[in-house]
Write a protein that binds this ligand. Sequence first.
Ligand SMILES: Cc1cc2nc3c(=O)[nH]c(=O)nc-3n(C[C@H](O)[C@H](O)[C@H](O)COP(=O)(O)O)c2cc1C
Length: 370
Amino acid sequence: MNTDQALLKPITLAGGLELKNRVWMAPMTRSRADNPSNKPFDIHEKYYAQRASSGLIITEGSQVSKQAVGYINTPGIYSDVQVEGWKGVTKAVHEKGGHIFIQLWHVGRISHPDFHNGDLPLAPSAINPHEKSFTPEGFKETVTPKEMSRAEIKQTIQDFKNAGKNAMEAGFDGIEIHSSNGYLLHQFFNATSNTRRDEYGGSIENRAKILFEIIDALKEVMPEQKIGLRLNPSLNGVFGMTADEETIPTFEYIVKKLNDYDLAYLHLSEPFTDVSEIPYLVSHIAKHFRPLYKGTLVINAGFDQEKGNKVIEDGDADAVAYGTLYISNPDLVARFEEHAELASPDKDTFYTPGEKGYTDYPTLEEIKVG
Ligand SMILES: Cc1cc2nc3c(=O)[nH]c(=O)nc-3n(C[C@H](O)[C@H](O)[C@H](O)COP(=O)(O)O)c2cc1C
C-alpha cells in the first residue's frame, strides 16, 4: 500500500484495536430499516461490507430505545431482533477485514408525538426547537417537548447502557455516543435548550453531567477503550441549536474532562455553517481542541483528500471521518490511493428505502470491468 499519504497510515486505538488507515466513515442515517421492528437486514450487511476498507466504519445513528427515535426507518439497538440484525452486519464487515462502531442515538426534542403514541418527546427543558421531524406521514413541525423528570434521565442513561451491552453482543468493535448535532445530549449541554434548575442544569458542569453518567454506565458493560463520542462545538442555527457565550467553554470543559478516561476516540465536527462573524464561536475546531485532548482525535465535515492529509500532517487530528463521499464511493480508500476521480452522491436517495442510491454505487474495479 502507498503510505506516503498521512490518511493511509495505520493507527492503533486505545486498547490496541489496529486500524489499517485513517479514512473513517462518518455516521450517516440512511433510513433503510423499513420494517416494523426497525432491524437492520441484508441490505445493511451489503452496504457496510462494501465500505469495509475504511479504517473504521461508524454506523448511522441507532436509537437506544423506542423513546429515542425521531425519524422513520432508522435502525434500533434496543431489542433482541435488532441485535440479531446487527450481528449480520458486523460479521459481514469483519469477514472483509473491516472494523465497525455503532452510533448510539437519542434525538430528544427532534421528534414528534406521532412516534410516541401521541405523547410528547422528551428533552432537558420544555423548549420547542422549531425544527422538522420526518414522521411516517412526512415532515411535521416539532412540538414543545416534555421536560425530563430525574427518573426519565436515569432511565435514558440505562437505555444507553443497555444499548452498549447489545452492541457488544452484536459483535461491534465499539460504540460512538451521539452527543452532537442538536440531539438529546447536545440539548443538555447548551444553555439555550437546557434551562433546568436541578443538578442537570445551570452550571457548565451540571449541563455536561449526563454525558459522563452515560460513559460511566457504559463502562460497566464494555471497556472504556471501546467507547468513542461525537461533539459539534460550533453548531449554530441548525438542528434547533442556538449557541451562546457559554457554548465553547462548555465544550472545553467536556473535552478536558474526557482526558480522565482512556476512550477509543473523540470525534469532532468543524462548524456546519460559517461562524466567523460570531465572536464567541470557534471556526477551526480541530486546531482549537487538539491541544486540549490527549487521546485519538477524529475530525469531520467538509474534508476532501488533500485537506484530510493536511489536517493529519499538521498534527491537528489523527484521522478524518468522511460522510457524503462515502455514500457514493464505497472504495474511497482505493480511490485516495490511486488519486482517482470521486463519484458524487445523489441527494434524492439519501433517505429512500431500498438499494437504489445505497448499495448500487460501483467501485473503481467494477467500473473498469464494465
Ligand atoms: C445522509 C446523511 C445522514 C447523516 N446522519 C448522521 C447521523 O446519523 N449521525 C451523525 O452523527 N451525523 C450524521 N450526518 C452528518 C455526517 O456524519 C457528517 O457530519 C456530514 O455529512 C459532514 O461530513 P462530510 O462533509 O464528510 O459529508 C449525516 C449526514 C448525511 C449527509
